[in-house]
Design a protein around this ligand. Structure first.
Ligand code: MG
Length: 252
């Protein structure tokens, strides 16, 4: 009898563990800390897919004439992206020699990578009009490429997040700033929080609150092993990191 009870307890524990989703890894700006790669390059996307992580994050912003380019900083090659025409930017090179990618070229490469999610960060823009324009452009292009199920959106701009929810109510959309409680995120129709890990250390209760509301929890940018371990222990759903291989070893 005692053996049966023990066996039953073991089975229950296993089921509970299986039901708790494991923390997964997202490569920050792609997997760029590796040979031949560069931040936000298509090579970084391909290398993240090769590393078999959950997702590859990248940043997009709008040029003065409405093209969507993949870049983190507001400037590149001495030009401010928001003030430049695409023609002035289109031949600029990244550190690995690759031409500055556009969202179009990124998604085209992404179509051949069915095993990875694309974590598309729309940068805040100066005007609401620009933010609406880039949100629409991204949702439409993702739709054209048939990648709705593989793309998840993130932004520091709550306006962008709200636009995305309106444009595609089925999309996964998470807010990045780290200053809004999960219940308010849920009320706005977003699907997750993607917060600096320090915000989660200050509000550890947000992880459980978010999960109870059906929201996902992602922490950025987690590069130290001790923080990775701590956040895995806090049961966050995702860790965004510049060291995806190291993080993958820890979550196993
Ligand atoms: Mg980013």
């Amino acid at each position: 009898m005692k053996t049966n009870t023990f066996f039953f307890a073991c089975v229950c524990t296993l089921f509970t563990l299986a039901a708790q989703a494991q923390t997964q890894v997202i490569a920050h700006r792609g997997f760029w800390k590796t040979e031949g790669s560069a931040q936000n390059s298509i090579a970084a996307l391909l290398k993240a897919a090769e590393a078999k992580v959950y997702g590859s994050e990248f940043d997009v912003q709008l040029t003065a004439d409405g093209a969507v380019v993949v870049n983190h900083d507001a400037t590149i090659g001495g030009l401010t992206i928001a003030d430049a025409k695409f023609d002035q930017l289109k031949d600029l090179k990244l550190k690995n020699g690759e031409t500055l990618p556009t969202l179009d070229s990124y998604l085209r490469a992404g179509q051949k990578l069915p095993g990875i999610r694309f974590i598309l960060e729309i940068k805040p823009h100066k005007t609401k009009e620009q933010e609406e324009r880039i949100s629409k452009a991204c949702v439409n292009m993702v739709r054209e490429y048939g990648l709705e199920k593989q793309v998840e959106y993130i932004s520091f701009s709550m306006n962008v997040c709200e636009q995305l929810v309106k444009l595609n109510p089925d999309a996964k959309v998470a807010y990045l700033e780290g200053d809004v409680a999960p219940k308010d995120i849920k009320a706005k129709g977003l699907t997750g929080i993607d917060y600096p890990y320090n915000a989660l250390y200050q509000h550890p209760e947000w992880v459980k609150e978010a999960h109870e509301l059906g929201l996902t929890v992602n922490a950025w940018t987690v590069n130290k092993e001790e923080d990775m371990k701590k956040l895995i222990g806090m049961k966050v759903d995702f860790i965004t990191t510049d060291h995806p291989l190291e993080a993958k070893k820890l979550v196993k």
